[in-house]
Design a protein around this ligand. Structure first.
Ligand SMILES: C[S@@+](CC[C@H](N)C(=O)[O-])C[C@H]1O[C@@H](n2cnc3c(N)ncnc32)[C@H](O)[C@@H]1O
Length: 190
């Protein structure tokens, strides 16, 4: 495979690894490394693979630490299709809102789960799947701002999730690590 075809021009304040541009702020990979070094998950489920930038990081975690990584997207990306199977990733093309049963089973089955929401409708995604979390599971959502008044391109804020958080006993977690990178991180605590 010729990896040079995946090279992109570096963008300021964006992650770029081996010339591969990420749709993530600089520092995101280091933050996930810190988080996943201290936390143990049996399954990581990513909703919204994109080109598979972050998927590579989660794949490495499961290769090194064990567990299984699943990633879903409604559109197939060339780089994800070529790279992720080589890392043993389960990469499936489907619409997550038409596949609630399959995804909910991955969340509610035995074993601690990290669920990452990064698709086109973050509030809907969070509120659809939060109900399946078990004690200790973590749900994260990208493009987060605490309130719509915050600067930046927020797609999900506290008001979007407060009802689910109260109903399903979810608490904010790792805010100082993830909030500056536009990730919401919430843990099921009861
Ligand atoms: C921002 S990208 C994901 C980026 C990726 N998580 C990363 O940073 O490495 C969002 C992805 O969500 C996908 N998407 C949007 N709506 C979806 C749906 N209903 N079901 C599955 N995937 C969806 C899009 O095709 C797109 O690839």
């Amino acid at each position: 495979m010729n990896f040079r075809k995946f090279r992109g021009r570096k963008r300021p304040n964006r992650e770029n690894w081996f010339g591969f541009n990420y749709a993530q702020s600089k520092g995101t990979v280091a933050a996930f490394n810190e988080f996943l070094t201290e936390e143990e998950f049996h399954r990581i489920v990513e909703l919204g693979t994109g080109k598979g930038e972050l998927s590579i990081v989660f794949a490495l975690y499961t290769i090194i630490r064990g567990g299984t990584f699943y990633t879903f997207d409604c559109k197939q990306a060339r780089i994800a299709k070529e790279v992720l199977p080589r890392l043993g990733v389960s990469y499936k093309i489907l619409d997550i809102f038409n596949s609630e049963k399959e995804i909910s089973r991955l969340i509610s089955d035995r074993g601690r789960v990290l669920l990452l929401c990064d698709n086109g409708n973050k509030p809907r995604e969070f509120n659809t799947f939060a109900k399946y979390l078990k004690l200790g599971d973590v749900i994260m959502s990208h493009d987060y701002v605490p309130s719509p008044k915050f600067p930046g391109n927020g797609e999900i804020c506290n008001a979007d999730v407060e009802e689910s958080m109260a109903k399903y006993h979810l608490e904010f977690s790792h805010q100082s690590l993830f909030n500056p990178l536009s990730w919401l991180c919430v843990r099921k605590c009861l």
